[in-house]
Design a protein around this ligand. Structure first.
Ligand code: PAP
Length: 345
């Protein structure tokens, strides 16, 4: 089995010269961290997939399957050594398949609402529709391979665990928003995503196999539970700097959660905006319905395959796939891992 390759921006939208520079930087970074990476504990999942353990979490070693994948342990090491955050930066953090696309959409729409209007008449030309949420908010991990870190314009996302974030993000007092999702739904979302991205014509990955890896924590940036715990504890220790959201609560009370998010990232809605429907317009622009329709039919696994980030967008879909035994196992792990913490599972 193998994990998907993500074609995230800004890689998807850079010029040929920038792409050349990125490749050259990749080669330098790979060489620089070669020995350090070789010394890490490693797991061969299959011939295509090697994970290695760094600071307690599992990562891809090198650029798995394609040279376009930016989520490698080398990227994290390079960021830890080089990345300089600004106090005004906002980081949107998550595990894969936990609501990243939604959070990126909301963060971008909120922070850029003066530049990109969010009333219904302007939706057709809004970057979330004309490009994609992943184009609008690049991954910090991708930034490590570009020579122009200002690209992200202060709003970036990351899958890096809290405890492995570049030190400057913590010491610069940046704001970090984490989105957590029920692990069972995340697992089912991941399983579907992996199979959607299969390009080699091989038979789909069995749910049993994905479940086994997930249970053992062997997913990129996993174990899932430890990832959530890191950000959750940080949100308790530094509540003004780290906000812990959940996919489920965001679904249940989108309007108020969006207001909470806006206020946390320093872009509260004014009374006038609340009265003129701006909050609701952002909720609807970033909704699963609107974004999935806008990017429908574009699931070909190529650089512009924005449709792959939208499947069902509901809470509790995992019950339709997991066996009673699987649910019991995952609930037991979560109960033990989240013991004493108010983290939903
Ligand atoms: P990523 O790791 O590839 O970026 P991510 O966006 O974190 O994926 O998660 C994808 C999930 O969020 C999908 O869930 P599902 O498989 O259970 O359906 C996707 O459908 C859902 N999703 C994407 N955009 C939205 C949205 N605007 N509102 C609600 N859910 C969304």
């Amino acid at each position: 089995m193998s994990f998907p390759v993500a074609f995230y921006s800004p890689v998807a939208s850079i010029t040929q010269d920038e792409e050349k520079a990125r490749k050259a930087k990749m080669a330098i970074i790979m060489e620089r961290y070669k020995d350090k990476v070789l010394a890490l504990p490693r797991k061969e999942i299959d011939t295509n997939l090697h994970l290695c353990k760094y600071e307690g979490f599992w990562y891809h070693h090198g650029f798995w399957l394609h040279s376009n994948a930016n989520f490698s342990v080398e990227a994290i090491m390079a960021l830890q050594d080089e990345f300089q955050a600004l106090p005004t930066d906002v980081f949107l953090s998550s595990q894969v398949k936990s609501g990243t696309t939604w959070l990126k959409s909301l963060g971008f729409a909120i922070l850029n609402r003066a530049k990109f209007k969010i009333d219904k008449d302007s939706w057709a030309t809004h970057p979330l529709i004309t490009t994609s949420p992943h184009d609008c908010v690049p991954f910090l991990e991708s930034e490590s391979f570009l020579n122009n870190p200002s690209y992200a314009n202060g709003l970036m996302s990351t899958h890096i665990p809290y405890t492995s974030l570049p030190q400057s993000i913590i010491s610069s007092d940046c704001r970090i928003v984490y989105i957590h999702r029920n692990p069972k739904d995340m697992l089912i979302s991941l399983w579907h995503f992996m199979n959607t991205l299969r390009e080699d014509g091989s038979s789909p990955t069995k749910l049993d196999d994905t479940f086994e890896l997930f249970r053992k924590g062997l997913t990129p940036n996993g174990p899932f539970w430890d990832h959530a715990i890191g950000y959750y504890k940080a949100s308790l220790e530094r509540p003004n700097k780290v906000l812990f959201l959940t996919y489920e609560k965001l679904k249940e009370d989108t309007y108020n959660e969006v207001k909470r998010l806006a206020s946390f990232i320093g872009s509260s809605f004014t009374k006038e905006e609340e009265d003129d429907g701006s909050v609701q317009e952002i909720v609807e622009l970033c909704s699963f319905k609107k974004l999935s329709e806008a990017h429908k039919g574009n699931k070909d696994g190529s650089h512009s395959s924005n449709g792959i980030y939208f499947r069902k967008g509901i809470v509790g879909d995992s019950v339709n796939y997991l066996t009673t035994e699987m649910i019991k196992t995952l609930d037991e792990i979560a109960k033990e891992k989240f013991d004493g913490l108010n983290i939903s599972f």
